[in-house]
Ligand binder design. Structure first.
Ligand SMILES: Cc1cc2nc3c(=O)[nH]c(=O)nc-3n(C[C@H](O)[C@H](O)[C@H](O)COP(=O)(O)O)c2cc1C
Length: 152
């Protein structure tokens, strides 16, 4: 396979800017910037999020079977940078009714109950049912707006 072409073509897949919110074993809030999210079913409403095999987020998800996804709104570059830096204190959060952390002022959030984890590849697919949702102002920030890439 042509490695350059593989990277170029796979990076054409459109992604958004999301924040995965989980709880640590101690019950504290944990945030991770991520982008590999897709819907996989209408009824029930299912989504799949690919989570890095060595991430704390995946460990939290395996244990709690829950995660929330915040949809960052266009213009929230500072929030994305703070989360990638691990500067969570700079990020204003709220809680879903189930207690998971979501980013305040985002375009929306979903609260997800994990049904299965597919243990293939260096990211593990968390298949989850959307059990609650919140809608905010603005539109989802496309990953392109940040000029960041994940994929290839
Ligand atoms: C642009 C971008 C997109 C990313 N997308 C994902 C993703 O979809 N899934 C994932 O597991 N990690 C993704 N990451 C990497 C995680 O943010 C990174 O591994 C993080 O340190 C894991 O955090 P944790 O160990 O605290 O959970 C992405 C990073 C960047 C910069």
């Amino acid at each position: 396979m042509d490695k350059k072409a593989k990277k170029k073509v796979l990076q054409m897949i459109p992604y958004g800017a999301y924040v995965v919110g989980t709880k640590t074993p101690e019950g504290t809030d944990h945030l991770m910037f991520g982008t590999w999210l897709m819907q996989t079913s209408f009824k029930p409403a299912l989504v799949a999020f690919a989570l890095s095999e060595d991430s704390r987020t995946l460990a939290n998800v395996r244990r709690s079977k829950r995660f929330a996804v915040s949809f960052l709104a266009s213009g929230m570059k500072g929030v994305a940078e703070s989360i990638v830096d691990g500067s969570f204190a700079k990020v204003k959060t709220e809680r879903t009714p189930s207690g998971l952390p979501v980013v305040a002022g985002g375009a929306g959030w979903i609260d997800c109950q994990v049904l299965d984890i597919l243990d293939k590849g260096d990211h593990r697919i968390g298949l989850a049912e959307v059990v609650d949702v919140g809608s905010g102002p603005g539109k989802l920030m496309p990953l392109d707006e940040l000029k960041w890439h994940y994929g290839g």
